[in-house]
Design a protein around this ligand. Structure first.
Ligand code: URA
Length: 259
């Protein structure tokens, strides 16, 4: 390359960088003025593309305040379920088939709080009915408990009552706006102990994650003694942690025996 061409190209590059074009997105230059109209996105398609607008802080605060009012007004679990079904501020509701409220025996001494419904739960309208739920049932049965056992029942709910798309992680604003309902749920169900199942439940109820550190250590949530445990979905992926899960189940059993 001749020196003048080199300096000319270099100057052009520097000019583009100054304009903010500092990342290559293709190997071949495309002259956008020459792209045929047919391959351009039709206007309607552009308009239909959902805007990824961040939720303004005021809207978030309003949704939380509305949730707090609705939750506080519920005097029974049935009223709480109805209040959640009528809550229109969580976008997850739009993509879900069912509200997943709870399963098991209301008023049971143990209340488990999972994260959010998956595909099977969304279909059934009940928490923990898929593979992870089947493992959870086996774990509970190992300490002679179960959602259908009248003599040693449990009650089960989730932080979020609607399935997040593609089972993605809950968003902070989703947790924040559904938390008033969860707190009221716990107050109305009056468990002796809470079992906090998995990281996102720890985030919602304890304000922190790090289940490997938190699990097995009794703490308090919503004014109730609470035990974080590994999520059964995690145990399905990492069965080597079943030993710790077993220790936590024994700790739960001992706590109940202590009264
Ligand atoms: N995982 C959860 O945390 N909750 C369910 O209901 C199902 C899977």
């Amino acid at each position: 390359m001749e020196s003048s061409a080199y300096h000319h190209d270099l100057a052009l590059l520097e000019w583009q960088i100054e304009l903010g074009a500092f990342e290559a997105i293709g190997d071949v230059p495309v002259n956008r003025y020459e792209v045929p109209a047919a391959v351009e996105k039709p206007k309607a398609a552009v308009a239909a593309t959902p805007a990824v607008a961040p939720v303004p802080p005021q809207a978030r605060a309003d949704a939380v305040a509305i949730a707090e009012q609705a939750a506080a007004a519920a005097a029974t679990l049935e009223e709480l379920r109805a209040a959640m079904a009528a809550f229109e501020h969580c976008d997850l509701k739009k993509g879900a088939r069912n509200l997943v409220f709870s399963d098991g025996i209301p008023g049971a001494p143990v209340m488990l709080v999972g994260e959010a419904p998956g595909r099977d739960e969304d279909r059934a309208g009940k928490p923990f009915v898929g593979r992870a739920g089947q493992l959870l049932d086996k774990m509970l049965a190992a300490i002679d408990m179960g959602r259908d056992r009248a003599e040693a029942p449990v009650y089960i709910t989730n932080v979020l009552p609607w399935r997040p798309p593609q089972n993605r992680d809950p968003k902070p604003e989703e947790i924040a706006m559904m938390k008033p309902f969860l707190m009221r749920h716990i107050a109305l169900a009056k468990p002796q102990v809470l079992v906090i199942v998995g990281n996102w439940s720890c985030q919602a109820l304890l304000g922190k994650r790090g289940i490997t550190r938190l699990r097995g250590a009794w703490t308090e949530a919503a004014g109730v003694p609470a035990l974080p445990i590994f999520h059964p979905a995690y145990l399905l992926r990492s069965p080597e942690f079943k030993r710790e899960a077993w220790a936590d189940l024994l700790s739960l059993k001992a706590k109940l025996a202590d009264g």
